[in-house]
Design a protein around this ligand. Structure first.
Ligand code: SF4
Length: 88
């Protein structure tokens, strides 16, 4: 069963390690300025923050969480929309 999650990505503090895109290319791609982009995300005015609501099954969520855990500067966060729990 799929559940709703909110992904919050602090793009301003991405250091361009590209680990997220290597682990979960279904969510992340690398931009020309060598920072990651959360595909399909809503961007704020200066693109320093990206957010996206997603509906994921267990294995899709695991891939997303793995990509967030692998980020060396912890700029990727995932919140369970139903419980409000911050998973990472
Ligand atoms: S792993 Fe983190 S620092 Fe590296 S590109 Fe992804 S968001 Fe940026």
């Amino acid at each position: 069963m799929k559940r709703k999650y909110l992904i919050e990505y602090d793009r301003a503090n991405c250091i361009g390690a590209a680990a997220c895109a290597a682990v979960a290319p279904e969510f992340w791609s690398m931009d020309e300025d060598n920072k990651a982009t959360l595909d399909g995300a809503t961007k704020n005015s200066d693109n320093s923050m990206q957010t996206r609501e997603v509906e994921l099954d267990g294995s899709e969520l695991n891939n997303l969480l793995e990509s967030a855990k692998t980020c060396p500067v912890n700029v990727i966060h995932v919140i369970d929309k139903e419980t409000g729990e911050k998973l990472i």
